[in-house]
Design a protein. Structure first.
Lengths: 293, 293
C-alpha cells in the first residue's frame, strides 16, 4: 500500500499551491514535505507536482491526491474519533453554475465540517468529473448512475428565455421567428452550453444559427438580458423579480425549458457524505420543479 | 497574404463549433467551408481545427482566427460602408469576474454593434491574454502598458473582508489573529486568487496559511459569506446591502483593500474600439474609487 503521509503531503501541496503552505497545514517542516513527495515520485516513477508559482499537480499527481482525499473522507465515516474535529475535510464537488447561483449554497452551509472545492461545469458535463474520479459528488443533468455512483433525482430547474422589452421590439418585432433568431444576438455561457440553441430550435421548428455573446456567469446573464445585450435562458428563480417588474419579458410566452438535475455521489464516499446528501435533497426539493407524484 | 475568405471560415467554425453553423453564418455551403479550411491547413502545414462535437481550434487555429477577427475589427474603422450593418463584429475581451459582476456590463450594453466574447480571468492574469494576442482588450490589474497596447487607468475596486456575525463569533471571537486565520475557513476564487492571503498577511502581520473553500463565482462569494461558509474579500458594491443590513460584517474594521484596475487595448484595434473605450472609462470612473486629483 501507499505511504499515506506521502499522499497527504502531495494533496496539501496541490491544494495550497506551495511546499511552504503545505508544510504549515500538515504541521511538518518544508523539507519533510519535499522529501515525502520526492519519495512518492520515485516510487510511482513519474513527476507528480509541477514546481512553480503556484505549484500544481500533474495528471498523475492530481489522481493520487484525489485518491488521498477520498481515503480521508472514508476514514471520517469510521468515526473512531481520530483526527482533529477542528480540521474540516476537503471535498470536491462538480456543480452547474445555475445551481450554485440559486439553491445549492444553503445546503452546503449546513455542513461546516467540510472544506468545499467546487468545480463549476455545465450540467451536461459535470458527470465527466465523476467518471474521471476527480470529484466525490456532482450536481448533473446525467440521470446515470455513473459507474460506481449512486444517483438521486433532484427535480428540474425551470428556465425561461428572457430579454428586455426594448430588445424584443427592436430585434423580434414579429416574435421569435427563425429569421429573427438568426439576427438577434443571443448569449451563451460557453461552448458546452446548448440551452439556447436547443430551445430556439424547438420554438423555431428548425435548427437556427444564433449570433452569440459569450459570458460565463449566471448573474451576468440576467443583467445583460435586462440591459438589452442579448436574449438568454435564465433560471426562473434568478429572473423572477425582473419578469415581475417588466425589466425582462419572455421571448416566447409559456415556453419554459425544464432541465432535470441529479445528485450523484461516489459509492466509496457515499457514507461520510450522507448528511450532505440529505441536505442537498431537501433544498433541491423545495427549490426545483418536482414531477407530479 | 492570406486568403481572408479562408480565415473567415476558420474563425466562424471555431466561434460556432461546427462546419454547418459556420456555413450558415457566412452564407456559403458546408463543403465550401470544409474546402477553405482544408486549403488553409495545407498552406500553413498544420491542423487548425479539432473535429468534434463541438469543433474547436488548435493553438495555431485559434491564433489565426484571432488574427482574422482583429483584421475584421480594423476594417470596421475604415468605414467605407462595406459589410452589413446588421452583422455585429465579434470582439474578445478579458475581464476579471468582479468587474463583470459590478460595473462593466452597462458599458458594453452601449455598443450593440459588437458580439462580446468575454474571457473571465483573474485581474493579475488577464493581461496574459493580451500578451498572447488572444484578446483585443482587457480589464486588468496590470498597469502596463503591455507591448503594443494602450493603457488607461480605471480607478480601484474596493474590497472588504467580510463574514457573517455568527461566523466571526464562532471562528474569530478574539478578532482576526494569526491563529484564527489558520483555523477559520476562508474562500478563494481559484488558484490564482491571492486577495485573501495578501490581505490576511497584512492584517495578521505575518504570512498565514488559510484553510480554503474554492468557488469561482462573485455572487456565490457574497452568499456563502452570508451563510457562514467562510470569510472572503467581497467588492464593496456587491456587499453594500449585506453590510448595511448586518448580514455581513467586516473581518477587520476599516481595512479595505483597493485593487487598481486598467483598461488595456491593443493598438491594432484601438481605433474601432474607441467608442467602447470611452464607455468603459465613463462607467468605471463613476463606479470605482478614484484617487484624489
Amino acid at each position: 500500500m501507499y505511504d499515506y503521509s506521502q499522499l497527504e503531503a502531495l494533496s496539501a501541496v496541490i491544494r495550497t499551491g506551495s511546499f511552504d503552505a503545505a508544510a504549515a497545514q500538515i504541521g511538518v517542516t518544508q523539507s519533510a514535505v519535499s522529501q515525502r513527495i520526492k519519495q512518492l515520485e520515485e516510487r510511482v516513477g513519474t513527476v507528480l507536482v509541477k514546481r512553480g508559482q503556484p505549484c500544481s499537480g500533474t495528471e498523475a499527481g492530481r489522481r493520487l491526491a484525489t485518491h488521498a482525499d477520498q481515503v480521508r473522507l472514508m476514514e471520517k465515516a469510521l468515526d473512531f474519533g481520530l483526527g482533529s474535529p477542528l480540521e474540516p475535510t476537503p471535498v470536491r464537488i462538480a456543480v452547474n453554475a445555475d445551481s450554485l447561483a440559486t439553491w445549492l449554497l444553503p445546503a452546503l452551509a449546513e455542513h461546516p465540517d467540510f472544506l468545499y472545492d467546487l468545480i463549476i461545469d455545465d450540467q451536461d458535463h459535470s458527470a465527466d468529473w465523476l467518471r474521471a474520479g476527480e470529484v466525490a459528488a456532482a450536481v448533473t443533468g446525467h440521470p446515470g448512475p455513473v459507474q460506481g455512483c449512486d444517483s438521486y433525482s433532484l427535480g428540474a430547474m425551470r428556465y425561461f428565455a428572457t430579454a428586455s422589452p426594448e430588445f424584443m421590439a427592436h430585434h423580434m418585432p414579429d416574435g421569435p421567428t427563425p429569421e429573427a433568431f438568426e439576427r438577434a444576438p443571443s448569449m451563451t455561457f460557453n461552448d458546452k452550453d446548448r440551452l439556447q440553441s436547443d430551445w430556439a430550435k424547438a420554438v423555431a421548428g428548425r435548427p437556427v444559427t444564433l449570433p452569440k455573446h459569450r459570458l460565463a456567469s449566471s448573474h451576468a446573464f440576467v443583467e445583460a438580458a435586462c440591459l438589452g445585450i442579448g436574449w438568454g435562458m435564465n433560471p426562473e428563480s434568478l429572473s423572477r423579480k425582473e419578469l415581475a417588474s417588466g425589466s425582462l419579458v419572455q421571448v416566447a410566452p409559456d415556453a419554459p425549458l425544464d432541465v432535470p438535475l441529479y445528485w450523484q455521489v461516489s459509492r466509496l464516499t457515499a457514507e461520510p457524505l450522507l448528511p450532505l446528501t440529505r441536505s442537498v435533497m431537501r433544498h433541491a426539493r423545495s427549490m426545483l420543479i418536482q414531477e407530479a407524484e
